[in-house]
Design a protein. Sequence first.
Length: 89
Amino acid sequence: MKIKVVKEKNNPVMKRKDLVLEVDYGGGPTPPKEEVRKAVSTELSVEPERVEVEKILSHSGKASGRAWVKIWDEKKVPVEKDEKTSGEE
């Protein structure tokens, strides 16, 4: 799998980089997000825990497509709900 960065935007508020990638699957079907995640982490020398593949869209009739990826500055931590927002005050 070949990966080329098409667009890169630093997002300091969210502590991440937002990337648009051109992905060549090498003649196969559209790969699952986990496979793209591993390829991106290897290609960009980033820990897999920091890579989030948002979506992959294939080019019609081709074994390639675009992937929207977020690379977090730290390992992702799930967002916890604030107890005050549950409607009780």
